[in-house]
Design a binder for this molecule. Structure first.
Ligand SMILES: *Cc1c(COP(=O)(O)O)cnc(C)c1O
Length: 373
């Protein structure tokens, strides 16, 4: 996809903020390894940019969602351990092994399919993390006998090494810990079923690292909190202040005065009540600024300006308090004078979570670093 790097619309990534969020996590859990979760283009912040910051912060490794993301890190010469979090086809086991990429396994059939392929290609040993479905209902072993049998198969297989055992919590970001505790207990039962403890036993996403610090874990899969976002939205208080790394800015590229009764945008759903100044912002739903953001506000000169009329594919319009020239800065996410709009505010308005807003910002929007390390 073409990145519009000549347009004033840009995602600004505060590198220092990411670095400090990692440092905070390291301080809170000094004996736990931090794996930086950089899947989905680092939650929209830029894969290689964030990997570099995490490397400078001395994380122990990276987590990604798909094999291609892991390969991109290897291609960029990152030598840290990398764990893919989603199931990879057994046919790709040799490729993962050659690049020293660890993969999750949720059933014995996967191991049985992969071993002969690894043997045939004469690859280095493939490191696998056995996934436990302790209640997330997504991937992983559910029965102690099944995981014990799979671990025995892997132990006897010359090209497989059980490097890890892990699970994922469904409710680590909620105040009620009953389901979390149940998952935790199930995971421990599965751990006991293994003949020996793997090198990495891990359960913690950001939320678990923040609100369940006692839950034993050799490594934290540190995702959304690294980007300065509260995993619970507004539900739980942050044990340390997270610094949001992402802001989204643009400019007024066109401004005009319209008069009572004049309409704005598709469907002509908005009509001016009086003389009004309308500015046009070059960002639309093709950039990830959802159509349903109509009626929300952006910041111009510290003032909230309503998005009027429908959001178009590449542009939207705002009502200005008075005339502003083209080139005037517009803040969609971030701070303008005393006013701030957060990704959480955007998510609330769009009835979703901040993760989704960040991931939806498309490759057309240029990413630039600020406070570069
Ligand atoms: C995405 C993901 C994480 C990171 O979650 P955050 O809430 O962003 O910290 C951790 N573990 C697994 C298995 C994941 O899929």
């Amino acid at each position: 996809m073409v990145t519009a790097d000549l347009r004033p619309t840009q995602v600004l990534v505060n590198e220092q903020a990411i670095f400090e969020n990692i440092q905070q996590a390291q301080r809170l859990a000094p004996h736990t390894r931090i794996f930086a979760v950089v899947k989905a283009d680092a939650y929209g912040h830029g894969l290689l940019r964030v990997a570099r910051i995490a490397h400078l912060a001395k994380v122990s490794g990276f987590c990604v969602a798909v094999l291609e993301e892991a390969l991109a890190l290897r291609q960029a010469h990152f030598t840290e351990p990398i764990l893919v979090l989603g199931i990879v086809a057994p046919e790709l086991a040799p490729l993962a092994a050659v690049h020293d990429i660890s993969v999750p396994v949720g059933d014995e059939a996967w191991l049985k399919a992969a071993e002969p392929l690894l043997a045939k290609a004469d690859t280095p040993v493939l490191k696998v993390h056995l996934a436990v479905d302790s209640g997330m209902g997504r991937i992983g072993f559910r029965q102690p006998q099944a995981i014990a049998k799979a671990a025995a198969f892997a132990d006897a297989a010359p090209h497989l090494l059980v490097e890890g055992l892990f699970t994922h919590f469904a409710t680590a970001d909620e105040a009620d810990t009953q389901y979390f505790d149940q998952q935790s207990a199930r995971f421990n039962t599965m751990l006991q079923a293994l003949p020996k403890r793997p090198r990495f036993v891990h359960v913690a996403n950001s939320a678990t690292s923040l609100w369940h610090q006692k839950t034993a874990s050799d490594m934290i899969r540190f995702g959304v909190a690294m980007y300065g976002l509260n995993p619970s939205g507004r539900a739980l208080p942050e044990p340390y202040p997270l610094k949001p790394a992402l802001s989204l800015v643009s400019q007024i590229v066109f401004a005009k005065q319209i008069h009572a009764g004049d309409a704005v945008s598709y469907g002509a759903t908005y009509h001016a009540q009086q003389d009004e100044w309308i500015g046009t912002v070059p960002m639309g739903y093709a950039d990830g600024w959802l159509r349903r953001m109509q009626g929300f506000s952006v910041l111009v000169d510290g003032q909230r300006c309503e998005i009027v009329g429908r959001v178009c594919m590449d542009q939207f319009m705002i009502r200005l308090p008075h005339e502003y020239p083209f080139g005037t800065p517009v803040v969609l996410v971030g701070t303008s004078k005393a006013a701030t709009i957060t990704l959480q505010d955007v998510a609330d308005y769009a009835s979703t979570i901040h993760y989704e807003i960040a991931c939806n910002l498309t490759q057309r929007v240029v990413r630039r670093s600020i406070s570069r390390l």
